[in-house]
Ligand binder design. Structure first.
Ligand code: HEC
Length: 151
């Protein structure tokens, strides 16, 4: 004897019926979408908060813009100040200042010099024909120094 549609419907468990309703699917999809969005945001903020590494993030920048005059090549070095060697970069300058004062970016001469709008002070100097550091690059230096300027 064939079962009626009504009997068949009763045989289907209630929760499956609920899931068959399109509006419930919309809610599930929305929750999933929000979940993915949260994961992406968490990932993005995690990436930007990752610790800065000298060799990967800082050295290439200093090498490109500063090493010509503050680097390993003694014949081109313009001052005693070197940025390829930690002990030189953090040593006391005249007047007790420091090019890099680990943990203290605002007291570090390097930040003052790269962000200066005064052409006579800004590093790299105008005559070096090298691009000034961008805001993003200065922020990176600042964060690296705030994190303790680890070589
Ligand atoms: C073309 C050569 C040249 C380049 C490139 C250069 N500098 Fe200099 N820098 C100098 C000279 C020369 C001085 C000393 C005169 C002065 O203080 O302006 C100096 C001084 C400095 C001082 C101050 C030292 C003190 O005793 O107060 C800092 C800090 C500095 N440079 C950082 C940098 C940084 C960071 C870069 C790269 C972004 C850079 N310089 C690129 C030539 C250069």
């Amino acid at each position: 004897m064939p079962i009626t549609f009504f009997e068949e419907l009763q045989a289907v468990p209630q929760h499956i019926l609920v899931l068959r309703s399109p509006s419930v699917w919309h809610i599930i999809l929305l929750v999933e979408a929000l979940h993915s969005l949260c994961c992406l945001l968490a990932l993005a903020s995690g990436l930007s908060a990752a610790a800065i590494e000298f060799n990967r993030d800082i050295r290439p920048l200093l090498s490109d813009r500063c090493f010509a005059c503050h680097g390993p090549d003694a014949s081109h070095r313009k001052t005693k100040l070197r940025f390829d060697i930690e002990s030189s970069a953090t040593a006391a300058l005249a007047g007790g200042r420091h090019a890099i004062d680990p943990g203290n970016p605002e007291a570090s001469e390097i930040i003052k010099r790269v962000s200066s709008t005064n052409r006579a002070l800004r590093m790299p100097p105008a005559y070096a024909k090298k691009d000034a550091l961008t805001g993003v690059q200065i922020d990176l230096l600042r964060r690296w120094i705030a994190e303790g300027a680890h070589w």
